[in-house]
Design a protein around this ligand. Structure first.
Ligand code: ZN
Length: 368
């Protein structure tokens, strides 16, 4: 049986409309229909000859047969329907023109098997992270997380800190404004072509263990405690140096990177499905358990030096600040609730040990 003998009338429509005549099995009846195949914008329409309702399916949902030298062509549609070629050469030509030109990405996105493969690859990437270089891979994964997620995480974390660790500032509006202006100027001098937006949040610590402190949240919010501003009275440069360090964490998205690293599987799933809700909700608890590596601290210190230099501030002030911080820690009269200030929040400034190496770094920077 050939196309012309079986479906003469429909053949004429087909030629005019770039359609292909096929045998159509609807999956419910054993009798085939003659039908016209047409493709419009990624949708395949099967129009049976006898005015039955046309069937439309996404082109990507069709399982096309392998091209073979001999034998027929049978394509599977969802719901058990199928299409059979009447003229194999015409079929191959038509399918080649309409199917293979579909963008690979469009087909991949519409195909659940591709999503499954993508997930397997993501899990492999996660496994590779643990095996070979978590921080390096975490940087790459972080780049795939939209910036809007950082901002949402930052809001959640700040709200959670306000509920637990922080209370409103008691600094005078003048003092706050002086520091805001100095910080904005410093960033402007060092990054005249633009820098990520930062928001300073002044707070007093509810828990004395938090003491003189600063903390960069994902999304660019920097929390600064009153005790830090008051640690070296009249010495705003030290405060600016600390803020410069926190700005370094913002600039390089360190907090988000640590979050990604700590919940790699969760982020892989979020990126695959575009749903960050669960991760954003769990971020406050997670962030409280994290810390920065020495490498990330070095990057932030280098940025601090860069900002101070651009504003004519000597990096030596940071060495003085670390010494003042040590004196505060050692002071038996200081109200710390009898505990060390090191264990409140891992990402906070006071949790980064003021090692001899760091102090040396700032002293050397002052001499260059
Ligand atoms: Zn730091």
């Amino acid at each position: 049986m050939t196309a012309s003998s079986e479906f003469t009338a429909i053949d004429e429509h087909a030629a005019a409309d770039d359609a292909l005549v096929v045998r159509f099995f609807d999956g419910r009846h054993s009798r085939p229909y003659a039908a016209l195949l047409k493709v419009r914008g990624g949708t395949l329409t099967v129009a049976p000859e006898d005015d039955a309702t046309p069937v439309s399916v996404p082109l990507a949902a069709v399982r096309w047969p392998e091209r073979t030298r001999h034998g027929g062509r049978l394509a599977q549609l969802p719901d058990g329907a199928s299409l059979q070629a009447l003229d194999v050469a015409a079929w191959d030509d038509w399918v080649g023109r309409h199917h293979r030109h579909e963008s690979w990405v469009v087909r991949a996105q519409q195909n659940w098997r591709s999503v499954a493969v993508a997930l397997v690859l993501l899990f492999a990437a996660v496994a590779a992270m643990y095996q070979w270089g978590l921080p390096w891979v975490a940087t790459g994964v972080t780049a795939a997380v939209p910036r809007s997620v950082d901002a949402l995480v930052g809001q959640q974390v700040l709200a959670s800190l306000d509920d637990s660790l922080l209370k409103p500032t008691t600094l005078s509006p003048d003092a706050q404004q002086r520091i805001r202006d100095g910080f904005a100027r410093m960033i402007q001098h060092a990054h005249p072509d633009g820098a990520p937006a930062v928001q300073l949040e002044f707070r007093s610590a509810r828990d004395p263990r938090f003491g003189p402190n600063a903390l960069a949240l994902p999304g660019g919010t920097i929390v600064l405690t009153d005790a830090l501003v008051e640690l070296m009275p009249g010495e705003d440069d030290a405060v600016l140096g600390v803020l410069g360090h926190e700005f370094g964490h913002v600039l390089r998205r360190h907090a988000m990177r640590q979050l990604v690293q700590a919940s790699a599987v969760g982020f892989a799933m979020s990126i695959a499905f575009g749903d960050y809700g669960t991760l954003i909700g769990s971020a406050p608890v997670l962030l409280a358990t994290l810390g920065y590596s020495r490498d990330l601290e070095r990057e932030a210190d280098a940025e601090s030096v860069r900002l101070m230099r651009a504003s004519g501030i000597s990096p030596r002030v940071m060495a003085s600040f670390f010494e003042a911080l040590e004196r505060w820690r050692a002071d038996p009269k200081a109200d710390r609730g009898g505990k060390s200030g090191d264990d409140a929040i891992g990402l906070a400034f006071s949790s980064h040990p003021a090692t001899a190496e760091r102090i040396e770094f700032f002293k050397n920077a002052a001499q260059e």
